[in-house]
Design a protein around this ligand. Sequence first.
Ligand SMILES: NC(=O)c1ccc[n+]([C@@H]2O[C@H](COP(=O)([O-])OP(=O)(O)OC[C@H]3O[C@@H](n4cnc5c(N)ncnc54)[C@H](O)[C@@H]3O)[C@@H](O)[C@H]2O)c1
Ligand SMILES: [Zn+2]
Ligand SMILES: [Zn+2]
Length: 361
Amino acid sequence: MAYEVKGVIASGKGEPVGISTVVVPDPGPGEALVAVQACGVCHTDLHYREGGIGSDFPYLLGHEAAGVVEAVGPDVTGLAAGDFVILNWRAVCGQCRACLRGRPWYCFATHNAAQKMTLADGTALSPALGIGAFAEKTLVAAGQCTKVSAAIRPEVAGLLGCGVMAGLGAALNTAGVGRGDSVAVIGCGGVGDAAVLGASLAGARTVIAVDVDDRKLEWARQFGATHTINSGASDPVEQIRELTEGNGADVVIEAVGRPETYQQAFYARDLAGTVVLVGVPTPDMRLELPLLDVFGRGGALKSSWYGDCLPSRDFPMLVDLHLQGRLPLDKFVSETIALDGVEEAFAKMQRGEVLRSVVVL
Ligand SMILES: NC(=O)c1ccc[n+]([C@@H]2O[C@H](COP(=O)([O-])OP(=O)(O)OC[C@H]3O[C@@H](n4cnc5c(N)ncnc54)[C@H](O)[C@@H]3O)[C@@H](O)[C@H]2O)c1
Ligand SMILES: [Zn+2]
Ligand SMILES: [Zn+2]
């Protein structure tokens, strides 16, 4: 049996997204069918639409989601119909070289559904990040479903499935921010603000938010930024140094994905400091740095994929912190919209009007 549902499709590079019928197969071995309740609009969805991630159109967009399991494949254990889950794009395999070395957050062979979702005419769809959750139902690998407490609102829970986890994890896991550190975050959208929140949660003493938009800086303060810099108006490298006794920050997190902001991050950190790149660049981008500076400034230049998270370890913990009132995840939800509001949500994202628009089904 298969289900016909509505889904948001990007059919070609740069073309506006539209709603089409999506055919979702019944779950086979290792798979789960999930009734999506909420799915956030992430900048990565826009990257897909713009052809910045690949050219496997048509894409079924949406990957920051929570919902309820409707059915599982014949051999699936530990997951059942009725479970409230956050969807993840890191269903670790347990067998690749990263997993075998005890570093499953790098897993190089993560699981996705084996069967394809299709358009009504049979055209196979590429689900964004192996999820495809701007749809009433989606088919994923069972391991992509992480059970969490159903006490959290779905539109809040879903955000942990990508951007908020990426930002929190960039600070907590990749950078390993600790008590007393100085941290700067360049780019304060949903991902950057989550990094601000993560740094604050980890006990950073100074948390500097940098953006070109004053509204974003105002919001960053609500997530724990102690200082803000509008980098359209003044040089962020100088400003960050001034705020850190002339030294630069211990950790600088880049959450834009552009060579110029990476360069700012590189020079705004203290000697032996850490740069974490979370923003996703496009294939045409190039970086030029004096190799002597790479050597002479020392420290660590890291990239953070999905906040180096382990969904099974991190999602239930972060949901609990939220339910205890210690992690204000609800502040990321700027608005809730319907499936047909995704294209307009991209425009709002580009105009800087929202942190997260969340599709509620
Ligand atoms: N590494 C990962 O696992 C991961 C996961 C999710 C998203 N991302 C990426 O993170 C990035 C941010 O995502 P988002 O959803 O927060 O996007 P967003 O569009 O909501 O936020 C981007 C922010 O950067 C700001 N900005 C733009 N140009 C700037 C500049 N020159 N200097 C300073 N600030 C600038 C914008 O004003 C905006 O506030 C994207 O590239 C996205 O693809 C990465
Ligand atoms: Zn693996
Ligand atoms: Zn995302």
